[in-house]
Design a protein around this ligand. Structure first.
Ligand SMILES: [Zn+2]
Length: 495
C-alpha cells in the first residue's frame, strides 16, 4: 500500500515524496461583497477554485468539509467586546446608529459624506466596511483555517490549503487592512497545542503585523515577513508602515521575529536571492515542527495595490521551497487585488502542493471565468515585462546581511529528548469536520458529472454555463467563418 500520500512527487522539490493534501473551499465566501469601490473581492477565491476544479486537481486532494468556527474559538484570540460587535453589527444597525460608535472604535465602518473626518483617519475605518453577512463570513474562513490546522495536527495531511484565509492584519480588538478575524493566529494557536515550534512565513506585499504583534514575545512561534517597506504611490508610508529590520521581537521572543523589508519593484530573481538563503537559515536554526505560509498574492506583478513584480512561478517558488523541507505545511491566502492574477497564482500553487505544476496547461481552460484572463492572453502564467536596470543590487546584499545578522542571534532549538514534547499525532476527533471516504467518492463523481456537484452554488453554476455558452458561440462563429472562406485551414498556416 502506498503510504506516501496520493499526490505526485513534486518536480520542483526533488525529494521524490508525495504529499497528502487537503483543501478547503466554501462557495458562501465567494458571494461576500465588500462594496463596489472596494479592492477586496472574495470572488477571487471562487475563481481560483474554478480553475483548480477544471484542471482536475480536486482529485488529488481531500476536500475539507467543515463547520464554521464558533464564537468561543474566535475568543481564543479576539477580545470579547470585538467578537460581540462582529456578531451584532449589520448595515442597518450601523446606519441606525445603535452600534455605530462601537463599530468605529473597532475600525469597522462605512463612508458617510456628512462626517467631517471622512477621508483622513476615517480612511482606515472604511478599509473594513460593515458588510452583509459579515459574521458568517468571518466564521467560515476562520473555520477553514482551524480545520486545516487540525488536519495537520492529526497527521491526516502533510499540506492543508485555505485560500480564503490568511487575514494577517486583524488585531485582538479591531479590524485592520480588510481583515476582521485573524484566522492565522487562531490556526497557529491550534498547531501549538500539539507542535512544539511553529514557523510563520508571510509573502504578502504588506507586513504581517497582526500575527507578529501577537507572537512577538513568544519563542515557540517564529514569524518571518517579507514585505514592501517604503513610501507608496501617494507619498505616504506603505500600509501598515511597520516591519523594520530592527523589529526582532521582545523578551523571550527576542530574535524570533524576523522582518525582511524591501523596496518597490522586487522581481523573481532578487526576491529569491533573499528568500532562499534566509529561509534556509531559519529552517536550520528554528527547526519548526510545522510551517504556516501566508501566500498573499498582492506581491505579484500588476497588483492594484502592491508594487512588486513577481511572476506566478516566482511567487510559487516560495511554496515549493518550503514544501521541500517536508514539514507539515499550512497554505493560506491573504491579499491580492488583481483578481485574475490572484486566481492564476493560487491555482498554480495548489498544483505545486499536489506535485502537478509541470502537468497543468498554460492555456486557461473554459471554466466560466475565462473572460477575466483576456489581459493575460488567456495564459495561466501572465507575462512580467523585463525591466532594464543594473543587475548588481547592493541593497539586496544589505537586506540579506541584516536578516542573517538577526538570525545569528537566534539560539539553536532546545533539545526536546526526554522533555514533555507534544505529540505530532495527537488523537483528536476530526470525524465531524473531515470525511475522507465521502470526499474520495465525491471527487470521482465530480470528474464524471462536473456540473452536478452537490456543494455547487448557483453562482458558480451560472459562470460555468456562461462559459459553455461562450464555447458554443465561439465554435459556431468559427464554423461560419470557415464556410464563408474567411479562415484558411491549411495546416501550414496553423500554429
Ligand atoms: Zn497585502
Amino acid at each position: 500500500m502506498d503510504t506516501e500520500g496520493h499526490s505526485l512527487p513534486s518536480a520542483s522539490c526533488g525529494d521524490g515524496r508525495k504529499r497528502r493534501v487537503c483543501y478547503y473551499y466554501d462557495p458562501g465566501i465567494a458571494n461576500v461583497d465588500y462594496g463596489a469601490d472596494h479592492n477586496m473581492v472574495p470572488r477571487r477565491v471562487a475563481m481560483a477554485h474554478a480553475l483548480v476544479e477544471k484542471y482536475g486537481l480536486l482529485a488529488d486532494m481531500e476536500r475539507l468539509r467543515v463547520r464554521p468556527a464558533t464564537e468561543a474559538e474566535l475568543r481564543a484570540f479576539h477580545d470579547d467586546a470585538y467578537v460581540r460587535l462582529l456578531r451584532d453589527i449589520t448595515p442597518d444597525a450601523y446606519h441606525d446608529g445603535d452600534l455605530r460608535d462601537r463599530a468605529r472604535a473597532c475600525r469597522v465602518g462605512v463612508p458617510d459624506p456628512n462626517e467631517p473626518e471622512a477621508g483622513g483617519a476615517g480612511a482606515y475605518i472604511y478599509d473594513n466596511p460593515v458588510i452583509d453577512g459579515l459574521w458568517d463570513y468571518c466564521l467560515r474562513y476562520a473555520g477553514g483555517s482551524l480545520a486545516a490546522a487540525r488536519a495537520l495536527v492529526d497527521g491526516s495531511s502533510d499540506i492543508a490549503i485555505n485560500w480564503s484565509g490568511g487575514m494577517h492584519h486583524a488585531c485582538r480588538g479591531k479590524a485592520s487592512g480588510f481583515c476582521y478575524v485573524n484566522d492565522i493566529v487562531l490556526a497557529i494557536q491550534e498547531l501549538l497545542k500539539h507542535f512544539e515550534r511553529v514557523l510563520y512565513v508571510d509573502i504578502d506585499v504588506h507586513h504581517g503585523d497582526g500575527v507578529e504583534a501577537h507572537f512577538k514575545r513568544e519563542s515557540r512561534v517564529m514569524t518571518v515577513s517579507f514585505h514592501l517597506y517604503d513610501i507608496d504611490r501617494r507619498g505616504d508610508k506603505f500600509f501598515p508602515g511597520t516591519g523594520k529590520a530592527e523589529d526582532v521581537g521582545e523578551g523571550d521572543g527576542k530574535y524570533y521575529t524576523l522582518n525582511v523589508p524591501m523596496k518597490a519593484g522586487m522581481d523573481d530573481e532578487r526576491y529569491q536571492q533573499l528568500f532562499r538563503p534566509i529561509m534556509d537559515e531559519v529552517m536550520e536554526k528554528f527547526a519548526p515542527d510545522a510551517v504556516v505560509l501566508q501566500c498573499g498574492a498582492d506581491s505579484l506583478y500588476g497588483d492594484r495595490l502592491g508594487e512588486f513584480r513577481l511572476s506566478v512561478k516566482g511567487h510559487a517558488g516560495c511554496v515549493s521551497y518550503l514544501r521541500s523541507f517536508n514539514v507539515p505545511l499550512l497554505l493560506l491566502g491573504g491579499g491580492g487585488y488583481t483578481v485574475n492574477h490572484v486566481a492564476s497564482c493560487w491555482c498554480y500553487e495548489t498544483a505545486v502542493a499536489v506535485g502537478k505544476e509541470k502537468e497543468i496547461s498554460d492555456e486557461i481552460p473554459f471554466h466560466g471565468y475565462e473572460h477575466y484572463y483576456k489581459d493575460q492572453g488567456y495564459k495561466l502564467h501572465f507575462t512580467v515585462p523585463k525591466k532594464n536596470g543594473n543587475k548588481k543590487d547592493d541593497l539586496i546584499d544589505k537586506i540579506k546581511q541584516d536578516a542573517l545578522m538577526n538570525l545569528a542571534m537566534l539560539k539553536p532549538p532546545p533539545t526536546t529528548v526526554g522533555e514533555h514534547r507534544p505529540s505530532k499525532r495527537h488523537a483528536i476527533n476530526v470525524k465531524a469536520h473531515y470525511d475522507q471516504n465521502q470526499d474520495k467518492n465525491q471527487d470521482k463523481k465530480a470528474k464524471k458529472y462536473r456540473y452536478h456537484r452537490e456543494d455547487d452554488d448557483p453562482m458558480e453554476r451560472l459562470h460555468r454555463l456562461c462559459g459553455e455558452a461562450d464555447r458554443y458561440n465561439f465554435f459556431t462563429e468559427l464554423g461560419k467563418r470557415k464556410m464563408s472562406g474567411l479562415v484558411n485551414t491549411t495546416p501550414s498556416d496553423s500554429k
